[in-house]
Design a protein around this ligand. Structure first.
Ligand code: SF4
Length: 351
């Protein structure tokens, strides 16, 4: 119920913001378009041909019978006023106005909110101290590995004071499975000392203080602010960077610039959940090497559709679920995972 209200709210916000932005942003492209149309006939024949040839390719592959079967009806139908998935063609990124980009970005986020309604940080923690330590440990390893390691760590060193006074070799032994365990030991002992000496043993709730802690960059700081303090933040990790580029939300490559560019497309209140949605999608469907385009709920809104496997059956085999089987206990099964009879497909590796 909450989610429905939230999505209505965000849809309303969309409308409000897009109407606000329309006059400023759409005028220029319209004027440019007509001028460019005249020029195009004379000067830029070759580039124009190239561009249209490029865009035509994914549409060809998009057999009319395939896509409706792939694209989840429910996810798109739940968004009021959105045309049926099969009628939405991938947007040419360069011809997209700022207003259209904002609307498409927010629609993608709404679709993902339907698919991952309980998206949350996948690191286990009980307080801000545990979250900041777990996030530092998650570098270059999986959240699952960190979750297997932190119970022993926090049982032995429950507070920053305890960890600040720890013998490094003993901490290294506990952290060994997470990789880079010497550097990580140094960071978490160092940050515990800083917390003890400079912040009274408490994790500070301000970005400028958090980034001063050893091993804590903006990404970690935003994870902590968003999830332990309820302060909106965008987490630009490797999944986030890859997906927002595929979606042509930005062409920036520097994480700070990506954060600023994507932040400008959404209201601040959406930032934390947006980060979870994007990261969950990157982990489960839109993988780095082989994105499962044929089983992707945002395929109709994605300019990179076709970069991965488009055959629905083959794409389904690429989906990744967390260990412990299909997340049915915590996650509503996305339509993309339903079989032809409308029943949830078995989790990967289940049979
Ligand atoms: S899986 Fe394919 S269609 Fe979906 S977001 Fe990734 S690149 Fe786009």
């Amino acid at each position: 119920m909450k989610k429905t209200a939230a999505s209505k709210k965000s849809a309303a916000a969309d409308r409000a913001s897009t109407t606000e932005e329309a006059p400023a942003t759409e005028k220029a492209p319209a004027a440019k378009k007509s001028a460019a149309a005249k020029k195009a006939a004379t000067a830029k024949k070759a580039p124009a041909k190239k561009a249209s040839a490029k865009k035509a390719a994914p549409l060809k592959r998009q057999a009319p019978a395939k896509k409706p079967a792939v694209v989840p009806k429910k996810a798109t139908a739940a968004v009021k006023g959105v045309a049926p998935a099969k009628t939405v063609a991938p947007k040419p990124p360069r011809g997209e106005s700022r207003t259209a980009l904002v609307r498409r970005a927010r629609r993608i986020n709404r679709e993902l909110a339907e698919v991952y309604p309980y998206a949350h940080p996948e690191l286990d923690f009980e307080n801000p101290f545990q979250l900041v330590v777990a996030t530092v440990l998650s570098a270059q390893t999986t959240d699952l590995r960190v979750n297997q390691t932190t119970p022993a760590l926090f049982a032995k060193y429950p507070t920053p004071e305890d960890l600040a006074a720890a013998v490094p070799e003993e901490v290294e032994e506990i952290l060994r499975p997470t990789g880079f365990f010497r550097a990580k030991t140094k960071s978490i002992i160092g940050l515990s000392k800083a917390l003890t000496e400079d912040f009274g043993g408490e994790v500070p709730g301000r970005l400028e203080d958090l980034v001063k802690l050893p091993g804590v960059g903006r990404k970690t700081a935003f994870v902590v602010l968003g999830n332990a303090f309820g302060r909106p933040g965008i987490t630009v990790d490797t999944h986030f960077q890859r997906l927002v580029r595929r979606w042509r939300w930005t062409e920036e490559t520097d994480p700070d610039k990506i954060e600023a560019a994507v932040g400008a497309l959404f209201p601040k209140s959406d930032w934390t959940d947006l980060s979870h949605h994007v990261i969950w999608h990157g982990r489960r469907i839109c993988h780095a090497r082989k994105p499962a385009c044929g089983a992707c709920p945002v395929a109709p809104l994605c300019p990179a559709y076709g970069e991965g496997e488009t055959d629905p059956e083959k794409a389904k085999k690429l989906l990744k679920y967390e260990k412990g089987g299909f997340p049915g206990q915590r996650l509503k099964p996305p339509q993309a995972y339903l079989d032809a009879g409308g029943k949830p497909a078995p989790p990967l590796g289940a049979g």
